[in-house]
Design a protein around this ligand. Structure first.
Ligand SMILES: [Zn+2]
Length: 89
């Protein structure tokens, strides 16, 4: 399960409204509510391609019980040591 798409923080210049979404070079992104064009301002973790499709926030992470690395809760095998992860409770 590899996530090939990079997620970015997008910002509308005039209002400063922000969104987090996958983006591609040359794409045009429009705020659904205001119609403003949004520009990618920074890539967010994890960097693509990654084993996890979830943003790297505390809620989306757990520690591998063998190697203690933080990994996405949506990852079935630890990308560092390969250990199969138990299902979430
Ligand atoms: Zn591990």
């Amino acid at each position: 399960m590899q996530n090939p798409r990079q997620t970015y923080r997008l910002r509308a210049r005039a209002s400063g409204r922000e969104a987090v979404a996958p983006a591609e070079p040359g794409g045009v992104y429009v705020d659904r509510e205001t119609g403003e064009e949004m520009e990618p301002v920074t890539a967010v973790l994890p960097m693509a391609p990654s084993a996890s499709a979830l943003l790297r926030t505390p809620d989306n992470l757990r520690a591998c019980r063998r190697c203690d690395q933080l990994i996405g809760v949506d990852v079935s095998d630890c990308p560092y040591c390969g250990l199969r992860q138990p299902p979430l409770a």
